[in-house]
Design a protein. Structure first.
Length: 310
């Protein structure tokens, strides 16, 4: 019943089904990997975001190299801002609003210079491509609490003077001309003394893993369904073949032409009867000759005369 599966046509369909199933499996695994990344990020937020800040003396190594589980670690700094060297990072988003983030070097009492992100500024209304005003950081000795975050990669695009395309700490260090830590930077959430005006604090990271799990199940289900569909099609084809065999056997007993399933009917292209010059084709001429012989034979039988034996 299923010998037709060994045909070139059905082998081709099977290979196509396997290709689709492999693609759907890959997409399902990709969604699972994205979910795993989201869950890891959520765990970092839950573990570190609201923890008590640790002194800079203990956290200094985290500014040189930040491990994955060190993200959002709160650190207490004491020192002074180098306000003359502040820059803004362009093309930032906070709460679906486009704008900028303000980076300022901060020299600790220990003599190490770190980078502090003081917050978000919206797009300016007065100056195109710049915030209308950048609130100055507090002068003198300041106590600052920050949450650590790794720097961002270099982007293949420039930025106007006084701006960065991303939080690229290495590029910022080259612009400053003096050493700063490039393993991580701090997102400021508390300053003492507090200034009269400050950038808007960045929002807390979302603790939502997203729809990745349901999407992965959908892709895996699609991978299974293509095989189910292939099996259903093969079963239907076997049924059609069986019914056609039964119809041929019954038609042979009746001495009639079998009425086959539509899928097995011969679909001949219409014959071309004339050439471009209007003359009949050889096939049309042969058909006309055979039709004429058949007509004469039928006429002879009707008249009771034996037909030709050739």
């Amino acid at each position: 019943m299923y010998r037709f599966l060994a045909s070139t046509r059905w082998i081709g369909w099977l290979l196509l089904v396997c290709l689709f199933a492999t693609t759907f499996t890959f997409l399902g695994k990709w969604q699972m990997d994205r979910r795993e990344g989201a869950l890891t990020e959520i765990s970092h937020v839950k573990l570190n975001y609201d923890a008590e800040p640790i002194p800079f003396a203990q956290a200094q190594g985290l500014f040189e190299e930040l491990p994955n589980d060190g993200k959002w670690t709160p650190v207490a700094l004491r020192g002074s801002y180098l306000a003359d060297d502040q820059v803004v990072v362009r093309n930032r988003i906070s709460g679906s609003r486009p704008g900028y983030e303000v980076l300022v070097p901060f020299r600790t009492l220990e003599g190490t210079t770190v980078i502090v992100d003081r917050g978000f500024l919206p797009i300016g209304n007065d100056n195109s491509g710049r915030p209308d005003a950048i609130p100055a950081p507090p002068a003198g000795t300041v106590d600052v609490q920050v949450r650590l975050k790794a720097g961002e990669p270099t982007l293949d695009r420039g930025a106007p003077e006084g701006q960065l395309a991303s939080v690229d700490l290495a590029t910022y260090e080259r612009q400053l001309g003096y050493p700063v830590t490039t393993g991580s930077y701090g997102l400021m959430y508390l300053e003492d003394p507090a200034p009269a005006a400050a950038p808007t604090q960045l929002q807390r990271p979302e603790e939502d893993e997203g729809p990745h799990l349901s999407y992965s199940f959908q892709w895996f289900a699609f991978g299974v369904l293509v095989f189910i569909g292939f099996g259903y099609a093969a079963k239907q084809q076997a049924r059609i073949n069986r019914e056609d065999r039964e119809e041929r056997a019954a038609a042979a007993l009746r001495g009639e032409e079998p009425v086959l399933h539509q899928a097995h009917r011969l679909r001949r292209k219409p014959k071309k009867l004339v050439r471009r010059d209007g003359s009949p084709t050889d096939e049309a001429t042969e058909d006309a000759y055979l039709d004429e012989l058949e007509r004469r034979a039928a006429a002879a039988r009707d008249a009771g005369v034996a037909g030709p034996h050739s």
